[in-house]
Design a protein around this ligand. Structure first.
Ligand SMILES: [Mg+2]
Length: 466
């Protein structure tokens, strides 16, 4: 592990909800809940004002409505979130060529590799400037954690929330981790957490006390070793800009989008098993578990988790895939799921890909993942749908957003990111003066983005263990 806190983790604060509050002045300071509004929808993001009522991500929407009946309930606008994410990621890439995004609003940055920070003081300055730049460019806040490892940087940003910056000074890690619940550690989801609790292990300190052998006995080799090392604050995982490209993976496209979260979970387990059968069939094991999810709107997310050692254990792959799924918003439905394992042994890879090329089909091993062009969506027939939170334009009143609709009526609030809170008007759903509109930028004229840093000619040295 390095000796200076030069790994940065950025996490935007209540991202989807904050974007909605920034674009809708009347919702600032109010409880806002973004997610699937159908009968089986779940919360994607709740604003901090809504969290006060106990609402949190992944909660069934029906429960959120009971807890916060007066909150604004909005349908996600992923295209807008993605465009803001692009702005944020561009700021990160100006700091280092080694940027590892984890989702639309979260990423690791290796500041040392970018030459932008080398000690605590320089790291803190970079973190503070980044937060100011994000605010200037997007109008939103993000929290920053700085530490000597990925695990600790992520824990730090979580503690810094909302709108803060925390540096974990090298040397203080173990004392800080000891009293924390086991769920603080990466890779400890609900299942592993329960497993540990039944063994009387509640805190990170108790993992360290239990010892490595006991952890391996409880959780299996790969996971046990990994968790024990994390509990001792030993984490030398590098920030990786490019995913390892070779993998064994399987995926399924569904004729009808899957909405049921339980069914999505079962499909992921089934794909994990199939992936392991392929892996074993080829005599391989791998270190990185990859989950791919294409959502109803064709946005495609890839999440991955790197274990400390390679595995071909179906239980380990299943559990990793389930953990990765925990962090994916499937509100609105899923049209494709995939599970892959990468970080394979080199010497057999060629054979595997030759074999895959011969016997293609749905279980194709893939060298590289790219997002396909969106397929045309089926036309919405006759009746127009007005989704809560989406933008509209009225020939007379201008730009606004749908506050709600039903019984042949649609209620629109006329306001823009730069305007004061606006007035509400109600129209017939088929009013010809009303049409769907594109979102407006949150910041009128954002300052010029800095140039991204060029990747180094040679790969940077990997941090040393110790
Ligand atoms: Mg976030």
């Amino acid at each position: 592990m390095r000796s200076a806190p030069t790994i940065l983790h950025l996490d935007m604060d209540a991202f989807y909800a904050s974007v909605e509050q920034a674009s809708k002045p009347s919702l600032r300071g109010k409880a806002v809940i973004v997610g699937g509004l159908g009968p089986r929808g779940v919360v994607a993001t709740a604003s901090y004002e809504a969290r006060v009522h106990g609402v949190h991500s992944a909660m069934p929407m029906s429960q959120a409505r009971r807890l916060a009946p007066n909150a604004a309930y909005l349908v996600p606008r992923f295209t807008l979130y993605r465009s803001i994410s692009d702005q944020v990621m561009a700021l990160l890439r100006a700091l280092s060529p080694l940027v590892e995004p984890l989702s639309l609003d979260e990423a690791f940055v290796d500041l040392e590799a970018g030459g932008t920070a080398w000690d605590e003081r320089s790291a803190r300055l970079v973190g503070a400037k980044l937060r100011a730049d994000i605010r200037a460019v997007t109008g939103l806040t993000g929290s920053v954690g700085l530490a000597a490892s990925k695990m600790l940087a992520k824990i730090a940003s979580e503690q810094a929330k909302p709108d803060g910056l925390i540096v974990i000074e090298p040397g203080t890690e173990r004392a800080m981790l000891e009293p924390m619940p086991v769920r603080t550690l990466p890779g400890v989801g609900p299942a592993t957490g329960d497993h540990l609790r039944r063994a009387g292990i509640h805190t990170v300190g108790e993992i360290a006390e239990a010892g490595e052998d006991e952890l391996v006995r409880l959780l299996g080799k790969a996971h046990g070793h990994a968790l024990y090392a994390m509990a001792l604050a030993r984490d030398d995982r590098p920030v990786v800009a490019e995913r390892e490209t070779k993998s064994v993976s399987v995926e399924d496209t569904y004729d009808v989008d899957i909405h049921d979260r339980v069914r999505v979970g079962l499909e992921v387990q089934r794909l994990a098993d199939r992936c392991v059968r392929r892996l074993r069939g080829a005599g391989l094991s791998g270190r990185t578990i990859v989950l791919k999810v294409r959502r109803y709107d064709f946005s495609t997310l890839t999440r991955s988790e790197t274990l400390r050692g390679p595995t071909d254990d179906p239980a380990v792959v299943r559990e990793a895939a389930a953990r990765l799924l925990d962090s994916v918003d499937t509100t609105g439905g899923v049209r494709l799921l995939g599970v892959g394992v990468s970080g394979l042994a080199d010497y057999t890879q060629e054979d595997l890909f030759a074999q895959a090329a011969g016997g293609a089909g749905e279980e194709a091993a893939e060298a590289e993942e790219s997002e396909p062009a969106p397929e045309p969506r089926p036309e919405v027939p006759v009746e127009r749908r007005w989704s809560a939170g989406h933008d509209v334009r009225h020939t007379e009143y201008g730009h606004g957003w749908v506050q709600g609709s039903g019984l042949g009526r649609v209620t629109v609030r006329f306001e823009t990111p730069g305007s004061p809170p606006g007035r509400v008007k109600t129209f017939r759903v088929d009013d010809p003066a009303l049409e769907a509109a594109d979102p407006l930028p949150l910041v009128e004229a954002p300052p010029d983005l800095p140039e991204p840093m060029r990747p180094p000619e040679e790969p940077p040295p990997r941090p040393l263990e110790g």
